[in-house]
Design a protein around this ligand. Structure first.
Ligand code: SAM
Length: 232
């Protein structure tokens, strides 16, 4: 009888989307399932047009040997673009092994390092060498718990070199409140600045309306910060 009730309850909660945020989700499984079951060009965050990111990258003045960490890379086409631009020091990290396997098979480039890790409980990422560039499109906004955000920003501050850059592109305050069935914590540039602290200076930012493969639109805030040296 208990089993029957549990199954009924599961079914009801599945139908009542509003209750989902309070339920425990196995995040790794969630993302693995998405990447295993959707063609990449149908993903709700698939990009044909990388111009907003490329526009900010051009402001860093970094050269193509910059040690570049792509956060929650998934199967992003940004990796293909950076390789085309001859970036030679790329690390792609994600919680989903399926996503990184898909990416690795597609780009087929031996210079890229792949790290499977959870940004909210970093283990391998904690021991990587410092980086010049941290790029996160559409990952940070999934961290709805304060302790998750604290862990994320602590890792970032430990890993970005002085003089390095942080590119954050997240759903803006007027953006959707969910993505791929998960609740979001949305951002303004002021909120990102406040989480990064005074040693990061805002180099550029803009609002950007992303069009999903379905044709729906999603407003983002794009920001580029520089980690100031202690000398300034
Ligand atoms: C909306 S997708 C964006 C993917 C990619 N950044 C892009 O722009 O195409 C969010 C990504 O974050 C990854 N992710 C979610 N939670 C994560 C976590 N706790 N640690 C590491 N990656 C995570 C997912 O697997 C997924 O690839």
């Amino acid at each position: 009888m208990d089993l029957w009730w549990n199954a009924r309850l599961e079914m009801i909660l599945d139908k009542m989307d509003t209750y989902k945020p309070n339920r425990t989700i196995n995040k790794k499984q969630h993302w693995d399932d998405i990447y295993a079951n959707s063609p990449q060009e149908k993903l709700g965050w698939f990009e044909n047009d990388l111009s907003p990111t490329i526009q900010l990258l051009s402001k860093t003045g970094l050269d193509t040997t910059a040690r570049t960490l792509i956060i929650g890379a998934g199967s992003t086409t940004l990796v293909d673009e950076l390789i085309k631009q001859e970036y030679s020091n790329i690390i792609a990290t994600d919680i989903s092994k399926v996503a990184l396997d898909n990416l690795q098979q597609r780009v087929n480039n031996l210079s890229i390092e792949y790290i499977i890790d959870d940004l909210t409980k970093p283990s391998k990422l904690s021991s990587i060498e410092p980086i010049d560039l941290w790029i996160d499109r559409a990952v940070l906004h999934f961290f709805t718990e304060e302790n998750e955000r604290t862990t994320y920003f602590n890792l970032l501050k430990r890993k970005v070199k002085e003089g390095g850059f942080v590119l954050l592109a997240q759903f803006s305050l007027n953006g959707a409140s969910k993505c791929s069935g998960l609740p979001l914590y949305r951002y303004s540039k002021e909120m990102l600045q406040s989480s990064l602290g005074d040693r990061f200076s805002l180099i550029d930012s803009f609002d950007y309306i992303y069009t999903m493969p379905s044709g729906d639109i999603r407003p983002y805030i794009y920001t580029l910060f520089k980690y100031k040296s202690r000398l300034y």
